[in-house]
Design a protein around this ligand. Structure first.
Ligand code: HEM
Ligand code: NAG
Length: 427
C-alpha cells in the first residue's frame, strides 16, 4: 500500500517534471526564434491582462502605468529599439515591443500582414459587435458603416450576478447602460418631429439609415456595440488627456503663460472661436499633443505577425541588427517608448509644447496609432479638446492649490504627486 502510494507520487512528479521540461525547451526555442533578443523573461505573458503588474520573473506589466514612468528606459537596458518578452505560461510565446519608428510604420501600415490578435478585445464585445473588437471582413464592414458618422463578458453572467459587490454593481450598471442606450435609439427613431442634432450618436444613426438600401446596415446590437465603444474609446481617452494637460499647465506656469499670451493674440477680445478658426489654434494643439506624447492613454497597440518576416533596428551606437519574426509572433507598439526615444526627441522628459510647432519627428508620435486601423475619433477628440483647453485657459489661470500638508515639498515631489497615475478604465 505504502509502496504503491510512493509509486504514484513518484510517477506524478516524473510526469510534472516532463511537462515542465518540455515547456522549458519550448521557451528556449521561442527565445531563440527571435535570436535571443533581450527583454522580459517571465512566467506570464504580457497578454495575460489579469495580472497587469511588473514583477521580476513573473510578469512584465507592459499594460501597467509602470511604462508611463519607464518610458524608453527598458529599451535602453536591452540596447535596441525592439525588445523581446518571452513568457512561459499559458504558452511559451514571444512579444516584440517596438520603439523604432521605421519598424512601427511598417507594422501599422500593413493591416493584412499585422492583424490584431482578438483575445484581449473580447471584453469590449459586452454590448455587441463593434469596430474596435473586430478583424478581417467584419472589421471592414464595421469601419465602412461607422465611418460616415465622423456577448460574452469577461465573466459569465451568473458570476456577475452572484459575485463580489463590485461584480454585482458592474452587472447592474451594464444592464442600465444597455437599457438606456436602447431607449435612446428607440426615442430617436420614433420621434414625431425630427430634431436637427449634430452629435455623434445622431450621426451614427443617420449614417446607418443611409446604408439601409445596400442591405449593409448595422443590426441593433451592432449599433449598441458601437455606441458603447465610442464611449469607452472616446470618453476616457479625451477626459484623461485634458486632466493631464491642466496638471502640466499648473505645474509649468511659464508654459501656461506662453499659451495664454498666444490665445490673447489669436482671439483678441476673448471671443469664442468658430469652427473655421480651429486651424489658427495650433498652439492649443501643441499643448494637447505634448500632453499626449508624455501621457498617451493607449500604451500598447497589439498586433500579430501573419507571416514569417524580419525587423531591422539600431542601437545607440547606430549599429544595425536584424531580428527574425516568425509567423504568429505578437508585436506591440510601445507608445511611451517611441514617444520618449532620445534618438529622435530632444530632452524627452521636459514638457515643451513648442516642440510641436517646429519640425518634430512625426513617425515617433503615435497616440492615435496610424494607418488603416488608426483612431477614427482623432479629429473629434482634437476638436473637443482644443475647444476646452483654449476656452478655459483664456478665462482662468490653472494653479496647484496650496495645502499645508504639502508645504515643504520640492518641485520634483510635487510633480510626482500630481502626475502619479493608475491605468484603468473607470467608466
Ligand atoms: C485622446 C483621445 C484618443 C486617443 C489617444 C485614442 C487612441 C486610439 C488608438 C491608439 C486606437 C488604436 C487602438 C488599437 O489599434 O488597438 C484607437 C482606435 C479607435 N478609436 Fe480612438 N482615441 C481617442 C479618442 C477617440 C474618440 C473621441 C473616439 C470616438 C468617439 C474614438 C474611437 C475609436 C475607435 C472606434 C477605434 C477603433 C478603430 C478601428 O479599429 O478601426 N477614439 N484610438
Ligand atoms: C498634433 O499631432 C497630430 C497627429 O496626432 C498632427 O497631425 C498635428 O499636425 C500636430 N499639430 C501640432 C500643432 O502639434
Amino acid at each position: 500500500m505504502i509502496d504503491n502510494l510512493g509509486g504514484v507520487v513518484r510517477g506524478g512528479l516524473l510526469l510534472l517534471a516532463l511537462v515542465l521540461l518540455r515547456r522549458f525547451i519550448e521557451w528556449r526555442r521561442a527565445a531563440a526564434s527571435v535570436n535571443n533578443l533581450g527583454g522580459f523573461r517571465t512566467l506570464f505573458s504580457e497578454r495575460f491582462i489579469w495580472f497587469p503588474f511588473r514583477v521580476a520573473g513573473i510578469s512584465p506589466g507592459v499594460q501597467s502605468e509602470e511604462n508611463l514612468y519607464r518610458k524608453h528606459k527598458d529599451f535602453e537596458e536591452v540596447g535596441w529599439d525592439i525588445m523581446a518578452g518571452v513568457s512561459f505560461w499559458p504558452n511559451a510565446e514571444v512579444t516584440l515591443s517596438l520603439a523604432d519608428p521605421a519598424v512601427i510604420k511598417d507594422v501599422i501600415g500593413a493591416r493584412a500582414r499585422f492583424p490584431k490578435p482578438m483575445g484581449p478585445y473580447k471584453i469590449l464585445l459586452a454590448f455587441g459587435p463593434n469596430l474596435v473588437a473586430s478583424e478581417g471582413d467584419e472589421w471592414k464592414r464595421q469601419r465602412k458603416l461607422v465611418a460616415p458618422a465622423f456577448s460574452e463578458l469577461m465573466f459569465p453572467t451568473w458570476a456577475l450576478r452572484w459575485g463580489t459587490p463590485l461584480m454585482r454593481s458592474f452587472y447592474i450598471a451594464s444592464n442600465e447602460l444597455q437599457n438606456y442606450m436602447q431607449e435612446m435609439i428607440v426615442a430617436r427613431r420614433t420621434a414625431e418631429v425630427k430634431e436637427e442634432r449634430h452629435d455623434l450618436f445622431s450621426s451614427l444613426l443617420d449614417a446607418n439609415e443611409g446604408f439601409a438600401e445596400s442591405g449593409e446596415k448595422l443590426s441593433d446590437t451592432g449599433l449598441l456595440g458601437n455606441v458603447f465603444i465610442f464611449m469607452v474609446a472616446g470618453y476616457e481617452t479625451s477626459a484623461h488627456t485634458l486632466a493631464y494637460s491642466f496638471i502640466l499647465l499648473a505645474l509649468y506656469q511659464e508654459e501656461q503663460e506662453k499659451f495664454y499670451q498666444n490665445i490673447k493674440q489669436t482671439l483678441g477680445d476673448g471671443r469664442t472661436p468658430s469652427y473655421e478658426e480651429f486651424s489658427t489654434l495650433s498652439y492649443s494643439m501643441a499643448v494637447f499633443n505634448e500632453t499626449l506624447r508624455l501621457f498617451p492613454p493607449v500604451i500598447t497597440i497589439p498586433k500579430q505577425s501573419a507571416e514569417d518576416t524580419s525587423f531591422t533596428t539600431t542601437n545607440a551606437a547606430g549599429e544595425k541588427r536584424t531580428i527574425p519574426v516568425p509567423k504568429g509572433t505578437y508585436v506591440t507598439v510601445h507608445t511611451p517608448g517611441i514617444h520618449n526615444n532620445p534618438k529622435y526627441w530632444e530632452d524627452p522628459d521636459a514638457f515643451k509644447p513648442e516642440r510641436f510647432l517646429k519640425d518634430y519627428p512625426r513617425d515617433c508620435f503615435l497616440p492615435f496609432s496610424g494607418g488603416p486601423r488608426g483612431c477614427i475619433g482623432r479629429g473629434f477628440s482634437e476638436t473637443e479638446s482644443i475647444a476646452v483647453l483654449t476656452l478655459l485657459v483664456a478665462r482662468y489661470r490653472v494653479e496647484v492649490r496650496d495645502e499645508p500638508q504639502f508645504a515643504g515639498e520640492s518641485f520634483a515631489q510635487r510633480r510626482a504627486r500630481l502626475l502619479k497615475s493608475k491605468l484603468s478604465v473607470t467608466l
